[in-house]
Design a protein around this ligand. Structure first.
Ligand SMILES: C[S@@+](CC[C@H](N)C(=O)[O-])C[C@H]1O[C@@H](n2cnc3c(N)ncnc32)[C@H](O)[C@@H]1O
Length: 260
């Protein structure tokens, strides 16, 4: 009996494990998130700007020509990174169509990409309540709402969104909205969420943007009130029995809350 002996089965098993390990190391070097499940940054394969993200757009983005014009126009703006991700906007439009949405709320308009996106899929007598405090941003996209022929569906309210939501509630509009998109100042997200939950009907959808906040939610620092606010809302919605949810790694992370 040699000092070190192994059976044939053990030898094959060890070889298979070795190959699997080497493959894992190589794949991990090329595609780190495959090996370690780390968050995708803009430099990795699926991240915004990466080759697979581009492939996804090339094979799924069906953008209305005026919507595309508005996106390209917005890209010239110094704050263009505030614009919603186009693949996410398309998903929201598809969901709005699926639930036959007629009334929507946009909290945070910026140049109006998603406002136009929603207005394009609502019926002719549909309405988007578009909330923003900055008229300069909105004025960039407004002419394109007209060009797309949907300006009459957009009810622009230039004032703090909380005030607009309170006005809608005071007007007896609770439970009459089909879709809401929360995408403005992060510290007010909890209030936006609670008010939208009252305004949206059962079966309606609330989409909450930036829920991953560029990965900062993984380690919310005490003094970073925006990250704290997003993280607390994520924790709250996770346990919220008033909604079904999905949190998607799209754009900067979006939670879809389906009102029960
Ligand atoms: C991320 S951008 C919105 C992007 C937009 N949803 C889109 O489709 O591209 C955030 C917007 O929220 C607006 N905003 C910030 N604080 C606000 C508030 N208190 N009430 C309403 N809008 C606000 C900003 O002026 C900015 O235009």
């Amino acid at each position: 009996m040699p000092f070190f002996s192994i059976t044939k089965e053990m030898a094959i098993g060890t070889a298979v494990l070795g190959v699997a390990f080497a493959t894992g190391v190589l794949a991990g070097k090329k595609y780190p998130f495959l090996a370690f499940g780390i968050p995708r940054s803009s430099k990795t394969l699926l991240g915004k700007g990466g080759p697979l993200w581009q492939y996804i757009l090339d094979h799924s983005l069906r953008e209305h020509p005026v919507l595309k014009k508005l996106r390209l126009l917005t890209l010239d703006h110094p704050w263009s990174r505030m614009m919603v991700s186009c693949d996410q906007a398309q998903l929201m439009a598809n969901l709005a169509k699926l639930i036959k949405a007629k009334k929507a709320i946009e909290i945070g308009v910026f140049t109006g990409y998603n406002t136009l996106n929603m207005a394009l899929v609502l019926p002719d007598d549909g309405k988007v309540i578009a909330c923003d405090i900055n008229e300069d941003y909105v004025s960039i996209g407004k002419p394109l709402w007209k060009e797309a022929g949907v300006e009459h569906k957009i009810d622009l309210r230039i004032k703090p969104a909380i005030q607009t939501l309170d006005e809608l509630l005071a007007d007896g509009e609770a439970g009459t909205y089909d879709f809401a998109f929360i995408d403005a100042d992060k510290q007010s997200y909890n209030e936006y969420y609670e008010k939208c939950l009252r305004l949206v009907r059962k079966g309606g959808i609330i989409a909450i943007d930036n829920v991953l906040w560029h990965g900062k939610v993984l380690k919310p620092s005490k003094n970073d009130m925006e990250t704290q606010s997003l993280h607390h809302l994520n924790e709250k919605i996770f346990r919220d029995v008033r909604v079904n949810i999905s949190m998607l790694p799209m754009g900067d992370g979006v939670t879809l809350a389906f009102k029960l």
